[in-house]
Design a protein around this ligand. Structure first.
Ligand code: SLL
Length: 255
């Protein structure tokens, strides 16, 4: 490595889209019979993957191998699990387990040492139970869950590298991410942000698309405009009230 490769490239920002989350299925009686822990009800997989799904694949995300910039993904499970911290040092960055309960999983991504980047930590709530149509917070009976099919709970995010080292930038540019498909290629849609909807409870394999990204941008823009409108409205009210206050003060002092 030549010495200038440890120089940061100022003003350059590189994004890598990822998804993190889990899938869960209800254990069949046959599977349960093989378990050491008979109280377990579900089999689940928690994972960090590239955001785009491979065409014609039943797997959420994972079109690209993230091993070129990720050195380790550490999943910290609930303390009821043996060796709760699971370090995964090569793709697929995932952990599969069986269990009976939902809990927060701490996910820590460490980047390749050449990147000089700090590790990032975030959380995923392991989801085992399906969203129900009514938005009922009660856990549905297992028969309902079996009928609804696998549960999916995935979050789209982007890892952002600012002012990367020249050598790391070279690694990143050599591995461009597969773009998200413009629209969904699968019959069954899903929407994690609208858990009460009919679509969300239908099961099926979710897929992140550029259309969803656009919709999200539109939702953010609408929300931003609404915040500005509200601000203006309250500012006007405040000015009016202050005037009123001044008027009343003058009245009191009789000036
Ligand atoms: C709950 N706060 O009470 C959560 C804890 C723990 C989940 C859930 C199996 C562990 C094992 C398991 O599912 N733990 O049997 O080794 O719902």
């Amino acid at each position: 490595m030549s010495s200038n490769e440890r120089v940061r490239v100022r003003g350059v920002t590189v994004h890598r889209p990822i998804i993190y989350g889990n899938t869960a299925t209800v254990l069949t009686p046959e599977e349960k019979a093989l378990l050491t822990f008979p109280d377990h009800t579900h089999r689940w997989t928690v994972a960090v993957r590239s955001a785009t799904s491979a065409a014609d694949s039943d797997i959420v995300g994972d079109a690209d191998d993230l091993g070129y910039f990720i050195k380790r993904v550490a999943f910290k499970l609930h303390d009821t699990y043996p060796n709760p911290t699971r370090n995964i040092d090569k793709p697929p960055f995932e952990v599969s387990e069986t269990g009976w309960g939902e809990f927060e999983i701490q996910i820590r991504i460490t980047f390749i040492p050449e990147s000089g980047e700090k590790a990032i930590t975030f959380y995923h709530h392991l989801k085992l139970h399906p969203w129900t149509l009514s938005g009922d917070p009660e856990i549905p009976p297992l028969e309902t869950a079996i009928a609804l099919g696998p549960v999916h709970s995935w979050q789209y995010d982007e890892i952002v590298f600012n002012d990367p080292f020249q050598s790391f930038l070279n690694v990143l540019t050599a591995h461009p991410p597969t773009p998200l498909p413009k629209t969904k290629r699968r019959p069954v849609p899903f929407h994690t942000s609208n858990p009460g909807s009919l679509e969300a409870s239908k099961g099926g394999v979710p897929e992140f698309t550029a259309a969803m990204e656009k919709e999200e941008a539109e939702r953010l823009e609408t929300a931003r405009k609404s915040v500005i409108e509200q601000q203006d409205k309250w500012r006007r009210t405040l000015i009016e009230r202050e005037k009123e206050l001044e008027r009343l003060k003058r009245e009191l002092t009789g000036s």
